[in-house]
Design a protein. Structure first.
Ligand SMILES: Cc1cc2nc3c(=O)[nH]c(=O)nc-3n(C[C@H](O)[C@H](O)[C@H](O)COP(=O)(O)OP(=O)(O)OC[C@H]3O[C@@H](n4cnc5c(N)ncnc54)[C@H](O)[C@@H]3O)c2cc1C
Length: 459
């Protein structure tokens, strides 16, 4: 194991992908085995340090930040076992989704659904309920068959639907607050091809038909720029044909030049001259044409992101999506917010992880973004006020202003999660300021029967 505990070495600052969440841990450990991981956790207990695990740092929230021990699992990032006949694949928690997808493809397997980037670690993605889109498909944590955790006392615990099922339901979306996910068994599917069609469509029609489009396609999502009346739809369906991967030059032109580099220029123009944004948004929308791809699922799901931004995303009962999108668009016009990023709308099937954003309900997700260097807080607070009225649950890896007191009534199994947390981490080892805010202190958390309170936090 390598641990830096010399005060000079400790000066290494940790930053998230955007660069706006930073911390200087007292120590960083990068264990190379479960034994080393358990020893690092035990040592932290003996020196009274709190612990946070860092994945790839692709959360927008301050969920990783710590002044205690930061654990990084980049040396626990391998595939352990692949059973092609059952599709069960065991991996170490630090493996990135990119590497995982490549290894799965080599065995003729794939994940049934993924988010729109693939640089996260599997444990980081699971822990925040990271999701893609697909009204009949759950988030990534619902593709987990078994977890092995290293607990606060250094012991290990294996959980699955058969073994410790309550802990399994808690740990699938554990927010890094129950223990360290050392190993994960994933339920994978035979590799498949997706036909991806991007096409503009009238916004009102897309909203009216949202349920039908979400349920009638394997993966449906759309983007809409504020002030525009056209939705940019993205429809990915399974195809029987073999993939026809684009050449590298064409892939680069589409993913990097058109959507990333050109978009960066557009965002910069908007940041310099915010009053031009409504016109720029309509122009970009008008330029978007129809395109079609036929590729392996992982290549369709994820694309590179070069433009840095911050983000808030809310899960709502899916039927509320049209109303919520209209309310956000109308609020942006009324308040005059300068927003050079589109609103993104996706669907995810209900699942049973205790703190999953889709726990117990088929969900629609609405994400709002702000370009780096532009004011995001007033805009995000105004969006959050709309989501509060619609029973919204914030993405655990993205910005929001909720507190444990405002969140507890939004999760039917909130109290059960807290009881399991108090049992697995009784001394509050896996805490930081963020867990104190969104979960409350271990053992002293607000209960779901408490009267709801409104939001107040920093975000
Ligand atoms: C450009 C971009 C695009 C994104 N796209 C999507 C998307 O399409 N869909 C979506 O839902 N989200 C999306 N996200 C959010 C992202 O998927 C989540 O925030 C995810 O949790 C990040 O994973 P990570 O490996 O970077 O983990 P981190 O952000 O480093 O950590 C996330 C949480 O997991 C905990 N954690 C990490 N590893 C472990 C472990 N081994 N054991 C226990 N706890 C652990 C951390 O303590 C922390 O609480 C996107 C983010 C960015 C920056």
């Amino acid at each position: 194991m390598s641990e830096t505990s010399d005060p000079h070495e400790n000066a290494a600052e940790w930053r998230n992908w955007v660069g706006d969440q930073r911390c200087t841990p007292a120590a960083v450990a990068t264990p190379a085995s479960i034994d080393e991981l358990a020893a690092a956790v035990r040592d932290a207990g003996e020196t009274h340090r709190t612990i946070r695990v860092a994945g790839s740092g692709h959360s927008f929230s301050e969920n990783v930040c710590t002044d205690g021990l930061m654990l990084r699992l980049e040396r626990l990032a391998d595939v352990i076992d692949v059973d092609r006949s059952t599709g069960l694949v065991r991996v170490q928690g630090g493996i990135t989704i990119h590497r995982l997808s490549r290894e799965l493809a080599a065995h003729g397997l794939a994940m049934e659904n993924l988010g729109d980037i693939d640089v996260q670690t599997i444990a980081g993605a699971i822990s925040t309920a990271t999701h893609g889109t697909g009204a009949r498909l759950g988030n990534i944590s619902s593709q987990v068959a078994e977890l092995e955790l290293v607990l606060a006392d250094g012991s290990t615990l294996v959980c699955s639907p058969e073994q410790d099922p309550e802990v399994f339901r808690a740990a699938r979306v554990g927010l890094g607050s129950l223990g360290v996910i050392a190993e994960v068994t994933l339920r994978c599917v035979p590799a498949f091809t997706l036909r991806g069609v991007d096409a503009p469509a009238p916004l009102q029609d897309t909203l009216e038909r949202f349920e039908e489009l979400a349920l009638g396609n394997d993966h449906f999502e759309f983007f809409v720029f504020p002030h525009a009346e056209t939705a940019l739809t993205r429809t990915n369906n399974r195809a029987e044909e073999a993939p026809r991967p684009r050449g590298r030059a064409s892939a680069y032109a589409n993913d990097v030049l058109l959507t990333n580099h050109a978009f960066e220029l557009f965002c910069r123009a908007g940041r310099r001259a915010p009053r031009l944004i409504p016109r720029l948004n309509r122009l970009v929308t008008a330029l978007a044409g129809r395109s079609e791809r036929l590729e392996g699922s992982a290549a369709i799901f994820a694309s590179p992101r070069l433009v840095r931004f911050t983000e808030m995303e809310y899960a709502l009962p899916r039927r509320h999506v049209p109303q919520a999108v209209r309310a956000v668009m109308e609020m942006i016009e009324r308040r005059g917010f300068a927003v050079p990023f589109p609103i993104e709308v996706r669907s995810v099937a209900a699942d049973d992880a205790l703190l999953s954003t889709a726990a117990g309900r088929d969900s629609g997700f609405i994400a709002v973004h702000m370009y780096r260097g532009m004011a995001w807080e007033p805009y995000f607070r105004a969006v959050e006020a709309i989501m509060d009225e619609l029973d919204g649950r914030p993405h655990w890896g993205k910005r929001h202003f909720q507190t444990a007191a405002s969140l507890c009534s939004r999760y039917p199994d909130w109290d059960r999660f807290q009881e399991i947390r108090a049992r697995l981490d009784p001394r509050g080892r896996f805490v930081n300021e963020w867990t104190e805010r969104v979960l409350g202190p271990v053992g002293g958390f607000p209960h779901s029967s408490d009267p709801p309170t409104r939001t107040a936090a920093r975000g």
